[in-house]
Write a protein that binds this ligand. Structure first.
Ligand code: MSP
Length: 529
């Protein structure tokens, strides 16, 4: 079982392009694994507790529950619009999650992993954490990234994180795929090196924060939002769930034969996932061979800068999908970024990549293959009997591209996978130009040769349809129907042999699937304040 999760999104603001990227990436990977014939389960959701939610709801004068319900709906609507198909929805106000968090806290307390002590110090309201001197900038003050910083003395519950860091170091060093890509693992190990062993404050007094999960054995406190949120990966996987909970079976999902894969952004590797979460799992008794793998992606920036409300450069995925279409957006989000690295979000590149790679190259191949087959052979596809070198080279190009695509997708490098398909599409268009089916059609004696050339083009379209289906499911379905092979997109990669099109098969009516994006003078408003 391939169990894939994403970060759960904060419900204190609107969804933006960074959220959309992560969910589309996960959706593409899950669709790819299903194409490989594997069983797969995709969990995503929303992080609904915490101080920021409480504050924003207070400002609006409404109950936090009402506020998060509204924001949660905007995420649900967006995933539906973008064709992000998940199997489980992790909303942290779900009573089943609350029960699981409380059961885990009870177990950890019984094991002596939690203790209570007073602490005084500087506290960042924005980051919801106490600060240390290491958080001061060169001038000795706490920088603007911490927002409002106040002095607090309070008693809290702590998790004995320091008891697990030696194990963590050893686990990370000895497990090749614990953190991907490798340079992110190096960052995590460096962070572990720099930080002295401290325990994790995992409660908040209710008088300061009531919007959270109550600590079951000390009801004046709620659970720190990260401690609560991280547990979603197991709670919604059925960990310690009641038999009638409607949740999956934990041991089926969370296996050692293929360890879970958590997709997260680079900002939440250290300390949340790379340190807290792995140590929490270790304290819960999860063995090393069942530890989740962390796939860490980079950030979409805008003209080299971080997207932020204060800069007014937040890109709204909904507006982009309206302006350019869902498939153009999905394609761009996984095409113009290298998994693990940052990239600059650029609407002009979205248009350029769509127009060159999909409208021109692939669109051209589809139009040629399907239209010429209709025009010259009434749509009937006949398998070639004798092959020229150019035909064999095309078959080889397809085999090479498919192998490169699979290798890239297995390594979560979707952009490279798309490049591999693109190479074959370019090869096909060059083949068409050299073979000139429009010339062959003029000579009745060359009808067999014409049929073979068209078969090579149509067969290539069928393969590309299957390979592109994880990224462009709607376009793939349209192409499958034009090919008159409605079940094509259910074809597994294992069945992707040369000869997908049966001998004598008659294709359907062609229609353009990737119309060029024409940009009007006025740019659509995709950046919001
Ligand atoms: N709620 C926490 C995660 C808890 S997981 C147990 C959180 N939420 S978030 O809404 O701020 O971010 C959700 C995901 O979106 C994170 O993985 C984050 O890295 C990612 N992104 C946020 N901004 C991003 C970009 N600009 N670009 C790409 N992804 C980014 O963190």
């Amino acid at each position: 079982m391939f169990y894939l999760t994403t970060a759960i999104d904060y419900t204190n603001g609107k969804p933006h392009i960074g959220h959309a990227y992560e969910k589309v990436l996960a959706d593409v990977l899950i669709r790819y694994r299903r194409l490989c014939g594997d069983e797969a389960y995709f969990l995503t959701g929303v992080d609904q507790h915490g101080q920021k939610v409480q504050q924003t709801a207070d400002k609006e004068g409404i109950a936090p529950a009402e506020f998060v319900a509204r924001v949660t709906q905007s995420f649900l609507d967006l995933w539906q619009k973008l064709g992000v198909h998940y199997d489980g929805w992790a909303a942290t106000t779900d009573p089943r999650h609350k029960a699981c968090v409380q059961a885990i806290l009870g177990d950890l307390n019984d094991k002596g992993q939690l203790y209570k002590k007073p602490h005084s110090g500087h506290y960042s309201v924005r980051q919801e954490q106490f600060l240390t001197d290491r958080d001061r900038d060169a001038s000795g003050s706490f920088g603007p990234e911490w927002g409002e910083v106040v002095e607090l003395v309070e008693e809290n519950w702590y998790f004995r994180l320091s008891e697990h860091t030696a194990w963590l170091r050893n686990y990370l060093e000895s497990t090749a795929d614990s953190v991907l890509p490798a340079f992110r693992k190096a960052e995590l190990l460096n962070a572990l090196e720099r930080n002295p062993d401290t325990d994790l404050c995992m409660s908040r007094p209710k008088e300061r924060l009531h919007w959270g999960i109550e600590i079951p054995f000390d009801t004046d406190f709620v659970t720190y939002v990260w401690f609560d949120a991280l547990i979603n990966y197991v709670s919604f996987a059925g960990y310690q769930a009641a038999a009638d909970s409607g949740l999956p079976d934990f041991d089926t999902l969370w296996t050692s034969d293929e360890r879970p894969l958590h997709i997260i952004g680079k900002d939440i590797l250290v300390p949340a996932h790379g340190i807290y979460w792995l140590c929490m799992l270790h304290a819960m008794g999860i063995p090393d061979e069942r530890m989740p793998r962390l796939l860490v992606h980079g950030w979409w920036n805008i003209r080299g800068e971080k997207m932020s409300k204060s800069l007014g450069n937040i890109i709204d995925p909904d507006a982009l999908a309206e302006a350019f279409g869902v498939e153009a957006l999905r394609y761009y989000l996984v095409r113009d970024i290298v998994t693990g690295r940052d990239s600059d979000f650029d609407v002009e590149r979205l248009v350029m990549l769509f127009n060159t790679e999909l409208a021109n190259e692939l669109g051209n191949l589809c139009n040629r293959a399907l239209n010429m087959s209709q025009r010259y052979t009434g749509g009937a596809i006949t398998r070639g009997r004798t092959f020229h070198d150019a035909d064999l080279a095309l078959q080889q190009s397809l085999a090479d591209s498919t192998a490169a695509y699979r290798e890239a997708m297995d390594a979560f490098e979707v952009s490279k996978g798309l490049e591999a398909i693109g190479r074959h599409v370019v090869h096909c268009n060059q083949y068409a130009e050299r073979m000139k089916p429009w010339e062959l059609a003029k000579d009745p004696e060359k009808s067999a040769r014409l049929a073979t050339v068209l078969q090579h083009l149509v067969e290539s379209v069928a393969h590309c349809t299957v390979l592109l289906s994880p990224v462009l499911p709607a376009a793939a379905a349209k192409l499958a129907s034009q090919l008159n092979l409605p079940g094509l997109t259910e074809t597994g990669l294992g069945e992707l042999y040369w000869g997908l099109i049966p001998d004598g098969h008659v294709i359907g009516k062609p229609a353009p699937v990737f119309p060029r994006i024409i940009v009007e003078e006025k740019k659509p408003a995709v950046e919001s304040k």
